[in-house]
Write a protein that binds this ligand. Sequence first.
Ligand SMILES: [Zn+2]
Length: 263
Amino acid sequence: MMELEKLNFVEPVEGIEAFSTTRGQVDGRNPYSSVNLCDYVGDDALRVLDARLTLAMQLGVDLDDLVMPRQTHSCRVAVIDERFRTLDIDKQEAAHEGVDALVTKLQGLVIGVNTADCVPIVLADVRAGVIAVAHAGWRGTVGRIGEAVLKEMVRQGASPGRIQASMGPSICQECFEVGDEVVEAFDKACFDLGAIVKRNAVTGKAHIDLRAANRAVLAAAGVPVVNIAMSQHCSRCDHDRFFSARRLGIDSGRTFTAIYKQQ
Ligand SMILES: [Zn+2]
């Protein structure tokens, strides 16, 4: 069994579940241990497959009901519908290339993203039956991936005012020291720097609150702020429980954060 961290929503989302995987029993010599589902970060392919099989079995779904894109810090959103499901595996993989958010109305389909410090966001409009997941690192946040995914959800029948959102384990502001070029990127993209940037009094370095930045993006696109939940877990502070690229290096495992409509 894999230990899953349940993601909470402000209001109940009936029939919808969301979670992040945890690392489980960690072997300090292996930055992928013990559970990593991401197949493009240098982990052993058989171990990745084994982790996916374990999770699929635990959730009571088939292996190909676990859907995750090949993320590249883009703002591209893919819709997983019946037509997508009929494509052969090569075409499905091609459609997932360079995608950082997924939207679906299908039941029993577990859509997720892989992160190590970046912010995973799950979203649901229960009434419309539309769910989504997005990966927001600083580039995706600057590019407003939250807004892109909301637009697609609306196209599928969702209404921003009804959407419940929840952010999973990700890097805290104290841990997220950045160079001034990152601050400039947020400034150019018209973010309220006063609300998301703090300077360390000793080092003078900027620290960005990525979760607050994503909350601002979602709120500006119409999601009520009171509908946005944020995990207090920091992946870097708590790197024995969640993967952290800042702590373990880029060649390390990823935390899988997913949402699904129960069958
Ligand atoms: Zn931290």
